[in-house]
Design a protein around this ligand. Structure first.
Ligand code: FES
Length: 123
């Protein structure tokens, strides 16, 4: 398998666009970590499908291109803050050449499925 470079674009919480180049096969979470993109709280469970903080909002054509979503991801997505029709979990989406130029919006905030219940009871 040959790895190829793909350029993808994030829109962070301040509405700022960030373009990065990464190799195919990496997940969106890998890219955020490797490139030190400073998205507070992003990827809290390190890709183990336990937190939903890696929630990203895709464009509709990209969302469709990616195809089906596992039940496990669906369950976790349901807990994500600001869920949309084109939401995915960044740790479950791997870069492919045909995703070149894709745009990912980082939601305003994160809901960490592992800690939210504790926070609610303490406030
Ligand atoms: Fe936690 Fe993706 S990093 S679900």
């Amino acid at each position: 398998r040959t790895e190829e470079k793909v350029t993808i674009n994030f829109v962070n919480r301040d509405g700022k666009k960030i373009s990065v180049t990464a190799l195919t096969g990496n997940s969106i979470l890998d890219v955020v970590v490797d490139q030190n993109l400073d998205f507070d709280g992003f990827g809290a469970c390190e890709g183990t499908l336990a937190c939903s903080t890696c929630h990203v909002i895709l464009e509709e054509d990209v969302y469709k291109k990616l195809g089906s979503i596992s039940d496990e991801e669906m369950d976790m997505l349901d807990l994500a803050y600001g869920l949309t029709d084109t939401s995915r979990l960044g740790c479950q989406v791997c870069l492919r050449k045909d995703l070149e130029g894709m745009l990912l919006r980082v939601p305003e905030t994160v809901a960490d499925a592992r800690v939210d219940s504790q926070q609610e009871s303490s406030t």
